[in-house]
Design a protein around this ligand. Structure first.
Ligand code: C2G
Length: 129
């Protein structure tokens, strides 16, 4: 079984996220999403989420491409996660291109093209939030 992992905040889940999850899942047989916790978002990513971790987790678990959701609590957990979950492929959108190449010692690293025209920031802006 080919195991894939990807990381993110996934707030205000939209079709750009779904497209990334679909393409990530298609690279293997099992997709793990490490979902940024509220504390990690606030303290390390300066992101204030609209939905709490539990709500974002519930939404992701309803996505057909997602097999497991685990918490992302810090930047440094990736190498440990790859080992712990026996990951074969690490996947991120290409806005992160090159940032996680250090993981190539442990697994394949793939950066997939982002969906350019949509973002949570833009949704919030257009809704006047
Ligand atoms: N994404 C995408 N297209 C978009 C928006 C997002 O393909 N229009 C992808 C991103 O490239 C990322 C994933 O969807 O791979 C989740 O995006 P975010 O929730 O914005 O995640 P991010 O803040 O980039 O967190 O340790 C890594 C971080 O947790 C990544």
């Amino acid at each position: 079984m080919k195991r894939i992992i990807t990381y993110g905040t996934y707030d205000l889940l939209h079709y750009g996220h779904i497209s990334l999850l679909k393409r990530a899942r298609e690279l293997g047989d099992y997709l793990i999403v490490a979902l940024s916790t509220d504390a990690f978002n606030w303290n390390s990513k300066q992101k204030k989420c609209y939905f709490s971790y539990e709500k974002r987790k519930q939404l992701l678990e309803a996505v057909r491409y997602v097999d497991l959701v685990i918490p992302e609590e810090c930047w440094e957990q990736k190498a440990e996660d790859v080992k712990l979950y026996k990951v074969d492929v690490f996947v991120m959108g290409d806005d992160w291109k090159g940032k996680f190449d250090f993981l190539k010692e442990q697994c394949e690293v793939v950066y997939l093209p982002r969906t350019p025209e949509i973002s949570t920031t833009q949704i919030k802006k257009e809704l006047g939030k």
